[in-house]
Design a protein around this ligand. Sequence first.
Ligand SMILES: NC(=O)c1ccc[n+]([C@@H]2O[C@H](COP(=O)([O-])OP(=O)(O)OC[C@H]3O[C@@H](n4cnc5c(N)ncnc54)[C@H](O)[C@@H]3O)[C@@H](O)[C@H]2O)c1
Length: 335
Amino acid sequence: MLNIGIIGLGYWGPNLVRNFSAAKGAVVKCVADLDEKRLQKISSLYPSCETTLDGNGVIERSDIDAVVLATPIKTHYELAKKALLAGKHVLVEKPLATSRAEVLELMEIAAQKNLVLMVDHTFLYTGAVRKIRDLVTSGEIGDLHYFDSTRINLGLFNPNWSVIWDLAVHDLSIFDYISGGKRPNAVSATGIGHTKMPIENIAYITLYFDDNTIAHITSSWISPVKIRKTLIGGSKKMVIYDDVEPTEKVKIYDSGFEVNSAEEMHKWLVDYRFGDIYIPKLEQTEALLGVANDFVSAITNGTTPVSNSESGLNVVSVLEAAQKSMQAQGALQKL
Ligand SMILES: NC(=O)c1ccc[n+]([C@@H]2O[C@H](COP(=O)([O-])OP(=O)(O)OC[C@H]3O[C@@H](n4cnc5c(N)ncnc54)[C@H](O)[C@@H]3O)[C@@H](O)[C@H]2O)c1
């Protein structure tokens, strides 16, 4: 049995406690938070789990094999580094850190010490995203033309980071996964804030690639409606992924277009094809349990996690460039 220590019991941490308690081969030995009330709540639900106000204490305990971090983004790098140097396997909540340089350093320490460093990109463990990856990587939708994702609602503002570090991280990790790690060569982003906080609460990111794929992500904390919709266009088929839909989250459209070459440039003929719409059956297991099981398996069996540090690096690299671009009113940042 692996002894797990979980640090951070705010909005997301309790979900990790619940899922690691259900994971095979692991036990949540102790949890830490700076807030006594949050510790008491976990204690009442999991009486055998020890609690402490001291996160560093959890990292230093010799009977802890792995540490899970669900603390604010700005603390990820420092706590993860401490945990790795203390010989612990580490699972960090998304995003893995606040810069590419930080992620690379953490990856280097993990490699040197032969430890697992994983990030929680939760959506990679959903039936919907797995299905879409199959559709893309098997070639069923043809060449990937576009990925257009909207993730907006009246969200919880965070004074420490802009909306892209909270919401676009999901879309970027989904793109990275379904495309098999396709790397953009440049990013451009615009965004703006409407409060006294120096952060953007609405943002638009565009990713460019060496081929003719394009990806666009809209993130907002100031929308009156909740939209979680991604369109994925291929040369053969198109997919709509609507995460707000309770059951029919993925719809595959056997639709497309074909441009027939004409003798003269201005006489192009575009043929449109409207075919069947197919709704696949999706796996229904809780994504976060998949994350917990994958982390445990990586430690005990040496498997490579789906949401691995490379995926964390790809996502943080784009976020960092997008943040720079936003501050320069959309100036293209080469990657
Ligand atoms: N995977 C997902 O879908 C998902 C969803 C929400 C949040 N998150 C991620 O989870 C992380 C936490 O987000 P949140 O919304 O739960 O934040 P939060 O502010 O609600 O909770 C953070 C908690 O960490 C505690 N904390 C901070 N520093 C600490 C320390 N040094 N030692 C012990 N406790 C400490 C705070 O007291 C607080 O209770 C972020 O990285 C966020 O991006 C992931």
